[in-house]
Design a protein around this ligand. Structure first.
Ligand SMILES: *[C@@H]1O[C@H](CO)[C@@H](O)[C@H](O)[C@H]1NC(C)=O
Ligand SMILES: *[C@@H]1O[C@H](CO)[C@@H](O)[C@H](O)[C@H]1NC(C)=O
Ligand SMILES: *[C@@H]1O[C@H](CO)[C@@H](O)[C@H](O)[C@H]1NC(C)=O
Length: 408
């Protein structure tokens, strides 16, 4: 593709030509915001896409094999036409004839992600350890009752990076959890709590705390209890106040930066009309033969149940600006018997933001199960990775064998 004008800061250029990535551009404009331009030469001749253009003064697009790059900003052209989104869509799925319509909603065509979760705590000796509990209890059932120690955070994080984890989640036990993606150099500098008051009594808002995490290299912040209260308030009043940490952070950093972590507990019902919350017909009957269940949200690490269901919460936080949902399940946590498919199906069908399935993974087959039976975009595990029972690579190999697309 060729620009008809010189590339300079903030120039709007008219482009011609077509290719797999660019075939919907026709004669529409794209946007350049650069101080530099690449000029055609004999050395880069083979890269220029499309080739054989005479009188070219600057290069707007290159292609070599599967690699295709553009110098202009597809994301900035959207204010003029929808050509920008079309280009981004083609980058994601170059060979399919996708329309704008078919791209709305589920992100199920994208590669599924496998996430390693590091629950980092300070143990009784004051050392930072990666721990893992059963149904949220991280202490050993021994006389000493010590915090279970599964390794050192930075070592494990480095190992998971090499093993091909798509993301790491660092739970610190505070309000905020942190998503790290391929970013390990700054890990040790993270020492911030939500709503932190420092030694001089200075108060930091959750937005300031989040900013600190982002500056330290985190890609996303996840919010637990705070999001439950915000959703309850929103459902009660129907008003978005804009004041919750969820709304503030997503307004400043974008929806994709905010993950809401849901910690529901299964509550069995004999009839779906017993409560005012969305219920499901369960695959495995309850202890007294109950056929239904609702999923009650909890706060404070599962200690307190709230009058809101996982379904209601998920829909409310999507409206408030969450970009992703991390869906735990207290009943399955640490059990190794598989994800709660009923719950994950309920939530991943209810919202159009990506859902990360969490709690219960015990073997590679549990990952293919959750991806084939629900619309989850990612699945997370902790204990089985830390204890080296199931290597991340074997999960990905298994998924590929089952025809599920993953990033290798
Ligand atoms: C996608 O399209 C390119 C170029 O047209 C072609 O070379 C490639 O084989 C296609 N890939 C698939 C998976 O169809
Ligand atoms: C996780 O967070 C804690 C506390 O913020 C930090 O000290 C630790 O180094 C982090 N670990 C990893 C692996 O990110
Ligand atoms: C994914 O979502 C679609 C539309 O909401 C639904 O029809 C489909 O059954 C879901 N797929 C799975 C595997 O649950």
């Amino acid at each position: 593709m060729v620009a008809e004008c010189l590339i300079s800061v903030g120039t709007l250029c008219k482009l011609k030509n077509d290719s797999v990535i660019l075939d919907e551009i026709a004669n529409r404009h794209v946007y350049f915001v650069h101080s530099y331009r690449a000029v055609p030469s004999e050395e880069n001749e083979e890269w220029i896409h499309p080739p054989a253009i005479t009188g070219l003064t600057s290069i707007s697009s290159i292609r070599r094999g599967n690699v295709h790059a553009v110098q202009f900003h597809p994301e900035k052209v959207e204010i003029f036409s929808d050509v920008g989104l079309s280009i981004l869509r083609k980058f994601l799925l170059p060979n399919s004839s996708i329309t704008k319509k078919s791209f709305e909603g589920k992100a199920t065509k994208l590669a599924k992600r496998v996430i390693a979760c590091l629950d980092v705590r300070t143990n009784d000796n004051g050392d930072l350890v990666v721990t893992k509990g059963d149904q949220y209890d991280v202490r050993e059932q021994t006389k000493e009752n010590e915090v279970r120690n599964l390794g050192k955070p930075v070592e494990l994080a480095g190992q998971y990076y090499l093993d091909g984890a798509d993301e790491l989640l660092n739970i610190t036990g505070f309000h905020f959890e942190v998503h790290i993606r391929e970013c390990f150099c700054t890990i040790d500098s993270w020492r911030w709590h939500s709503r932190f008051t420092d030694a001089n009594g200075r108060y930091y808002s959750s937005l300031e705390v989040a900013s600190e995490y982002f500056r330290s290299g985190a890609d996303k912040i996840s919010i637990g209890s705070d999001a439950v209260y915000a959703a309850e308030e929103y459902l009660k009043t129907g008003v978005k106040t804009g004041k919750s940490s969820l709304e503030q952070i997503s307004r400043v950093y974008g929806n994709q930066a905010v993950v809401v972590s849901i910690d529901p507990r299964r509550q069995y019902l004999t009839s779906p009309y017993e409560v005012g919350f969305k219920s499901v017909k369960v695959t495995n009957l309850g202890p007294n033969g109950e056929e239904y269940a609702w999923y009650q949200c909890t706060v404070n690490g599962g200690r307190e149940g709230r009058p809101i269901g996982a379904y209601e919460l998920a829909k409310a936080v999507e409206e408030l600006g969450a970009g992703e949902i991390l869906l735990n399940c207290i009943d399955c946590d640490g059990q190794g018997k598989g994800f709660d498919i009923d719950l994950i199906k309920l939530i991943s069908d209810a919202v159009s933001i990506p859902v990360i399935a969490s709690s219960g993974a015990g073997k590679a087959e549990h990952f293919s199960e959750v991806f084939s039976q629900t619309n989850a975009s990612a699945a997370l595990a902790a204990g089985i990775f830390h204890r080296k029972e199931v290597p991340i690579q074997s999960v990905k190999d298994h998924l590929l064998k089952k025809g599920i697309e993953v990033r290798m």
